[in-house]
Design a protein. Structure first.
Length: 95
């Protein structure tokens, strides 16, 4: 049921306040922490603005923002999946 609510929030494009505790990671979100988690080589993205995360994923997917690894990863997600991941990560607190 929570995934359905998250999907509706994402699809509606509304920025409703959502607690990360209320969200389960959508498919693919757990792979982000390997490179973007606390102490990782890349910037921590937990708590970053949803629009920023979704835009970056779209840019990686289209190739307008080139990156060897992220371009390949982003191409594995649809726009809807990327937005669900962005909602989840934006609502998490940086560790």
């Amino acid at each position: 049921m929570r995934h359905a609510a998250l999907f509706l929030i994402v699809m509606a494009g509304t920025a409703l306040p959502v607690s990360a505790a209320d969200l389960r990671p959508p498919p693919g979100a757990s792979s982000c922490s390997g490179c973007h988690g606390d102490g990782a080589a890349m910037a921590v993205i937990d708590g970053r603005p949803e629009a920023e995360i979704a835009a970056a994923m779209a840019e990686y997917r289209s190739g307008t923002r080139p990156a060897s690894v992220m371009t390949r990863i982003a191409k594995g997600f649809s726009d809807e999946e990327s937005r669900a991941i962005a909602v989840y990560l934006a609502n998490r607190k940086a560790q």
